[in-house]
Design a binder for this molecule. Structure first.
Ligand code: ADP
Ligand code: MG
Length: 581
């Protein structure tokens, strides 16, 4: 209930005026039904006394009744429309904005944190439950007010009718409570199976993994798993359905008896002339009215408790404390110095990089080389400020420590293409523009595409999802590189987005990159050493440690790790060159 209260107060605070407008719109629908009952009573009383002049008044009453019915419907429609489009849509937009603001603040380092990632996902999904909770509450309030108004009217006719109301209401309340309890149990026991099924379905419908599944025949296996979870789920459902059926049978029996008693009460009242025929007819219509509204109230109560609980993650996300530095860096600060920096990923024991010291000066080009898993990408993440060192210090410019800096401010000065990059199902042009949405430079787009050797039309939509063209892996990688080029910041990081491009082509691209970025600071990561020939400085990583540093020639002379790796690969490059002529 605490969650529900919080949710409602939150929704009310976002747009109080709209909430008031909404309640004003519903007001007529709360009052009119009672008036209509009253007119119905007068009408039946008039008709039962069939003299000529009274018929005329009866016709007038029929028209008034019809009029009220129409007015009631119109307000009902307007208020529901307003609730959906004028009120809740607005709340929803506001919440999406809040989530977006929060996501912007969350440090990239946190994306390595599984728990936080799950919170992000749950928080986003649970925003809709905030809206849902608030809307259900409105409906509950309306139904409660209606039942109270009608009950008050009935009691004003004859106070003993209070007992009648209880006999009509009682079975509905019991049934709904019992069924809701059963359903809650079902929801809880089935949520595990539900999650499993969603995962299997995702695997089965993912186009990237689909091909692999087909080739390996693993599709059947996943389908089997899905079916197993589905069967367990429906087993539970069937059991609960049976229980609910039993409850429902009992309910109808009790309802029959208690409605019989209620009916007997009003019949006795009619026979002893305590109520008129008109009042008798009103009581008959109230049966249906009270039953319907009470049963809605009870179902809504079940839903609101659940929705309140589900909306909790949204608030957890909003309340998440985010620590970030306060200092900004400028263009002048775009050089980086590492002093004994180590990093261990959360939950890992081994350091991914260990005791690394070096300096990257302005306009210098740096290559980080080493075999897979040697820590190259981790080092790049530390350099881009996406990870904060666990030991040692990273200094930007003249003495600005990473811890004191705003993450956003560092990212402002960086352009990057990573191993894992986005394949956005947008046009070619948009795929580049998103890296720097504030500028729109058509020439620069052309230039970036040409640089990345992409012979594609700017307006061409990519990805089959929206009927666009599917690119090859290599072409997507070129798009990622072109995006990085278009962004054009002081420091450029390129971390092997090139695995699907053949080594000579990669060499070509990297060489062009280095030529074009002579006035910039460039960091390239590669396990193919040909690229390293043209940079100012090379860092050789082995098992997370910096084993050699120097220029290409210096490292060759050292005759160490780098020289050995080069010898291995040089044969290959020579062969390729000969084959390509
Ligand atoms: P490289 O880029 O040279 O292939 P990485 O920096 O990606 O190497 O990885 C270095 C080590 O850190 C590897 O042992 C890898 O398993 C580990 N590692 C990389 N990313 C993560 C992560 N997000 N969580 C835990 N361990 C990681
Ligand atoms: Mg890597």
């Amino acid at each position: 209930m605490k969650d529900v209260r919080k949710t409602i107060l939150y929704a009310a605070k976002i747009v109080p005026v709209r909430m008031i407008v909404y309640f004003l719109l519903t007001l007529p629908t709360l009052v009119l039904p009672v008036f209509m009952l009253k007119i119905q009573k007068d009408l039946v009383d008039l008709v039962s006394d069939s003299s000529e002049d009274k018929i005329k008044s009866a016709v007038i009453l029929v028209f008034i009744l019809l009029g009220l019915y129409l007015v009631n419907k119109v307000f009902d429609m307007f208020s529901k429309d307003f609730m959906e489009f004028g009120y809740f849509r607005y709340i929803n937009l506001h919440m999406q904005r809040e989530i977006h603001k929060k996501m912007e603040l969350i440090s990239l380092e946190n994306y390595e944190n599984v728990e936080l990632f799950q919170l992000l996902e749950r928080g986003q999904n649970s925003a809709m439950y905030v809206v849902f909770t608030a809307s259900v509450l409105n409906l509950i309030v309306q139904a409660v007010v209606l039942v109270l108004m009608v009950s008050a009217y009935l009691c004003s006719i004859y106070p003993i009718l209070f007992i009648f109301i209880i006999f009509v209401a009682f079975p509905v309340l019991i049934e709904k409570i019992l069924v809701a309890k059963k359903k809650a149990v079902l929801l809880q026991t089935n949520s595990q199976f539900h999650r499993e099924m969603q995962y299997y379905k995702k695997v089965l419908s993912n186009t990237d993994s689909e091909k692999e599944l087909k080739v390996q025949g693993a599709g059947h296996y996943f389908y089997g798993l899905w079916k197993e979870s589905r069967e367990k789920q429906s087993g539970n459902e069937k059991k609960i359905e049976k229980d609910c059926f039993r409850i429902s049978c009992g309910y109808h029996l009790i309802q029959g008896i208690s409605h019989g008693i209620a009916f007997a009460i009003i019949l006795v009242l009619l026979i002893y002339k305590k109520i008129s025929i008109g009042e008798f007819s009103v009581l008959l219509s109230s049966f249906a009215f009270i039953t319907a509204n009470l049963s809605s109230i009870m179902s809504f109560m079940g839903e609101i408790a659940q929705a309140g609980e589900l909306s909790k993650s949204y608030f957890d996300l909003l309340e998440l404390e985010i620590e970030d530095g306060t200092e900004n860096i400028s263009k002048e600060d775009c050089e980086i110095c590492f002093q004994h920096v180590s990093y261990t990923y959360p939950g890992r024991e081994k350091r991914a990089v260990s005791d690394i010291s070096f300096t990257l000066k302005k306009k210098e080009s740096l290559a980080i080389v080493g075999v897979n898993g040697s820590g190259k990408s981790t080092l790049v993440k530390l350099m881009t400020g996406m990870l904060k060192p666990k030991e040692g210090i990273c200094v930007w410019g003249k003495g600005k420590k990473r811890d004191t800096l705003k993450e956003r401010s560092i990212l402002e000065h960086i352009s990057a293409a990573f191993q894992i990059f986005g394949k956005y199902k947008l046009s070619v042009k948009e795929n580049l523009i998103i890296s720097s949405p504030e500028k729109r430079e058509e020439d620069k787009i052309e230039e970036a595409l040409k640089w990345a050797d992409l012979d594609l039309k700017k307006e061409m939509v990519l990805g089959r999802e929206f009927g666009g063209e599917e690119l090859s892996g290599g072409q997507w990688q070129r798009i990622a590189l072109a995006r990085c080029y278009y962004r054009d910041r002081e420091i450029v990081f390129v971390d092997e987005p090139t695995s699907a491009i053949d080594p000579l082509e990669e060499l070509n691209i990297y060489q062009k990159l280095l030529e074009l970025t002579k006035d910039k600071t460039v960091v390239v990561v590669t396990h193919r050493l040909g690229v390293a020939k043209n940079v100012d400085k090379i860092l050789v990583l082995e098992d997370g440690k910096l084993v050699e540093t120097g220029t290409f020639d210096e490292l060759q002379k050292m005759d160490g790790v780098f020289a050995k790796m080069w010898e291995e690969q040089a044969k290959w490059y020579r062969r390729e060159e000969i084959e390509k002529g």
